[in-house]
Design a protein around this ligand. Structure first.
Ligand code: FAD
Ligand code: DHB
Length: 398
């Protein structure tokens, strides 16, 4: 068995694990990242696309924002579309100058991998059967198999950044964690199309046929989503049917028309809200999707992972600077305050915009009244905008 040693062992080379490794490096802390997939797989995995202002600021401050600043599309507003009409939410005007940036998650991942590797960082791709040991002691280890050999990585701490289906959360002894979950009775069918975006800004549409979302990835690529059945078989959705449904749900009475193009990629994503408390046990710290999942309607999953990492990196920096364990001990409490607020926003956006089969006419009127209120009230629109661009990071004292 090959023996390895580092200060922080990180499981998962998604945005959470890679950003943590990079931020630790900036403060002189050593880490090794263990990833089950290949580099190509993680660099091509199409997922989220909207970065909050605070996420963008952090990536730039950390020196990994050059391409993001060049290629990211800065948006100052979003559209709500319902009852055949469109209503603009002026994100920048309502939040004292903040905005969001459209830049693919897999581009963030590419930038972070490039930064780690050029700084001599270790990311061990293709590491199978990872398992976590001795998290209750002071020398936890991660065991895994790679290139046909067994490896043991000894660490001071382990960061479980291995997403919802990873091994970290399930390694915590039973009875320690409380899990809170809601599974929604629908999913999203998403496509990436080679078509110039027909709107400069995102459109969230509530329609009697179900929710639809217009987004983009670049001046040549449109990203679109449709509410569908939770167990939808993608084979039932030839491209023609997808376009027909998107036209029906997204186009308004004002004459706006969606531009079509070849479909480059399509897939179905389930919708759930999930949180575990606490996000830490012994020397194992959970971050990102390993600890919580939000339904995608608020575009928060990636941003919430980044917010956890900001807190965790700072807590490790304090520990290794000899300033104690207070921040590490408060990691879970600090993160969860934000996690629950972001859960609330994502649940609210999801509830307001989707078609629920079990809703009666009264509930449908409540949904429309809520949207009309947000569209017509500066106070309500401000509440949406401040959540959408990203709540402030926790006050410095925490
Ligand atoms: P991940 O990105 O999941 O990274 C975890 C990493 O750990 C992966 O690279 C995985 O391969 C690795 N791993 C897992 N198990 C192991 C193991 N046992 N050993 C070693 N490595 C392991 N959010 C939005 O806001 N908008 C969206 O449109 C959106 N779309 C999404 C579409 C899909 C299909 C999915 C799955 C998620 C989507 N999300 C979206 C959520 C967002 O992408 C996540 O919140 C974000 O990826 C969280 O980052 P993470 O680093 O915590 O986890
Ligand atoms: C995108 C995804 C989201 O979940 C969202 O709310 C907005 C945009 C996207 O993939 O572009």
């Amino acid at each position: 068995m090959a023996a390895l040693r580092t200060q922080v062992g990180i499981i998962g080379a998604g945005p959470a694990g890679l950003l943590l490794s990079h931020l630790l490096h900036l403060t002189g802390i050593d880490s090794i990242v263990i990833e089950s997939q290949t580099r190509q797989h993680v660099e091509e995995r199409i997922r989220a696309g909207v970065l909050e202002q605070g996420t963008v600021d952090l990536l730039i401050e950390a020196g990994v924002g050059d391409r993001l600043e060049r290629e990211g599309l800065v948006h100052h507003g979003v559209w709500l579309r319902f009852a055949g009409r469109s209503h603009h939410i002026d994100l920048t005007g309502l939040t004292g100058g903040k905005s969001i940036t459209v830049y693919s998650q897999h581009e963030v991942v590419k930038d972070l991998i490039a930064a780690r590797l050029s700084a001599g960082g270790q990311i061990l791709f293709g590491a199978a059967e990872a398992s976590v040991h001795d998290i209750d002691g002071t020398r936890p280890t991660i065991c895994f198999r790679r290139d046909g050999a067994e490896h043991e990585l000894a660490c001071d701490f382990i960061a479980g950044c291995d997403g919802f289906h990873g091994v970290s959360r399930t390694s915590i002894p039973s009875g320690v964690l409380s899990a809170y979950e809601r599974i929604y009775p629908f999913a999203w069918l998403g496509i990436l199309a080679e078509a110039p975006p027909a709107s400069d800004e995102l459109i969230y549409a509530r329609h009697e046929r179900g929710f639809a979302l217009f987004s983009m990835r670049s001046p040549k690529l449109t990203r679109l989503y449709l509410q569908c059945a939770p167990d939808e078989d993608i084979a039932n959705w030839p491209d023609d049917r997808i376009w027909q449904e998107l036209h029906a749900r997204l186009e308004d009475q004002g004459g706006w028309r969606l531009a079509e193009g070849p479909v480059l990629q399509k897939g179905v994503t389930g919708m759930r809200s999930f949180v575990v408390e606490p996000m830490q046990h012994g020397r194992l710290f959970l971050a990102g999707d390993a600890a919580h999942i939000v339904p995608p309607t608020g575009a928060k999953g990636l941003n919430l992972a980044v917010a956890d990492i900001r807190v965790l990196a700072r807590a490790f920096a304090e520990f290794y600077a000899g300033e104690g364990t207070e921040r590490l001990e408060r990691y879970s409490e600090t993160c969860l305050r934000r996690v629950w607020k972001v859960q609330r926003f994502s649940w609210w956006m999801t509830s307001m915009l989707h078609r629920f089969a079990e809703h009666d006419d009264f509930q449908r009127h409540m949904q429309l009244a809520e949207l009309d209120y947000v569209a017509g009230s500066r106070a309500a629109a401000t509440a949406l905008a401040e959540n959408y661009v990203g709540l402030p990071m926790e006050p410095a004292g925490l």
